[in-house]
Design a protein around this ligand. Structure first.
Ligand code: PMV
Length: 306
């Protein structure tokens, strides 16, 4: 059976989560499936990228190093593994593509070598993969990729499940501007070092949005939830994480009837999410966002896993 790692969207709290604050995230049904088989050497084949790399801790190719990093935890003397992965998420877009790939690869290796782990344990183990791509990952991406659902994540604490009164219908817009999570995280860290009081205030504001967002989701209060998303977007903009294009996408979504809209993930490009009242309204919002974005799709989160 193919192994799965899911993408995710962050509804509230990106960047603050790197510095110990909570984030509220939701798993996507789009992600990565992988299968592992015994082979002559340890290697990863990822489509549709056409990637074929041998695991190598000293390689210049990050995927080769990431493969080597996760393989170190399996029994010594094991036969080598070839992992084939099929990626159905845009990369570098703030949807947790690299973590989804890491979790799918680890799940496939676990199955091949008969290693048993809970989804939380698999998420934690996959952090070694994330470290190759991001200097200081909070752990939210790999945890959500393995566990899914809607949840509050805080560094070093168990994931707290959030139970939506009804599923959330989101329109995900991909700006097509690729951004590096590592660079954006470093940029915010620089701002925090230079102006700790200002940036901590922004993080505290986002932490309140996480708690109020949770209440709105559990109460099924979509209109409040949308307003909270708009507030989170304003706070992220104050950290210089938004772009002209992301702002235009949020505006297009709101003008088409979205209850709220924000960038999701690292910012500086990547994706926006907009909250729709229902599927029909989501279609109208998707079409409006698609005019300014590179692509847009509807994602319903908070039903059954993911
Ligand atoms: O851009 P993504 O999908 O990797 O999301 C990153 C979320 C951040 O909070 C900006 C970084 C992190 O490690 O949590």
């Amino acid at each position: 059976m193919p192994s799965f790692g899911g993408g995710k969207v962050i509804l509230f709290g990106e960047h603050g989560v790197v510095h110990g604050h909570p984030a509220l995230a939701a798993g996507l049904s789009r992600g990565v499936v992988a299968e592992a088989a015994l082979a002559d050497r340890d290697e990863l084949l990822a489509s549709p990228w056409g990637v074929e790399v041998a695991a190598d801790a000293a390689s210049e190719e990050p995927l080769a190093r990431a493969m080597a990093a996760v393989l170190t935890g399996y029994p010594q003397g094991r036969a080598p593994a070839r992992v084939r992965a099929e990626v159905s998420l845009p990369g570098g877009a703030g949807l947790g593509c690299s973590a989804a790939l890491g979790v799918a690869v680890v799940a496939a290796l676990d199955e091949l070598y008969g290693v048993e782990r809970t989804p939380e344990e698999r998420g934690a183990y996959s952090l070694a993969w994330e470290h190759v791509f991001h200097g200081n990952p909070s752990g939210v991406d790999n945890t959500m990729a393995a566990v899914g659902g809607v949840a509050i994540y805080r560094r070093g604490e168990p994931l707290e499940a959030v139970r939506p009164r009804r599923p959330l219908v989101l329109v995900v817009g991909n700006s097509g501007e690729s951004s590096s999570t590592k660079t954006m995280v470093e940029d915010v860290a620089r701002q925090l070092a230079g102006e700790p009081e200002r940036v901590e205030k922004v993080f505290s504001g986002m932490a309140s949005l996480v708690q109020n967002g949770r209440l709105a989701i559990e109460a099924g209060d979509l209109s409040s939830l949308g307003q909270l998303m708009d507030l989170n977007q304003a706070l992220l903009s104050s950290l210089l994480l938004s772009t002209t294009k992301l702002e235009a996408m949020c505006r297009a979504a709101r003008e088409a009837g979205a209850l709220g809209a924000k960038l999701t993930g690292a910012g500086g490009g990547g994706c926006t999410i907009a909250l729709a009242e229902d599927e029909a309204k989501a279609g109208v919002i998707r079409d409006a966002v698609a005019v300014v974005a590179h692509e847009a799709f509807i994602a319903t989160v908070g039903g059954d896993r993911p």
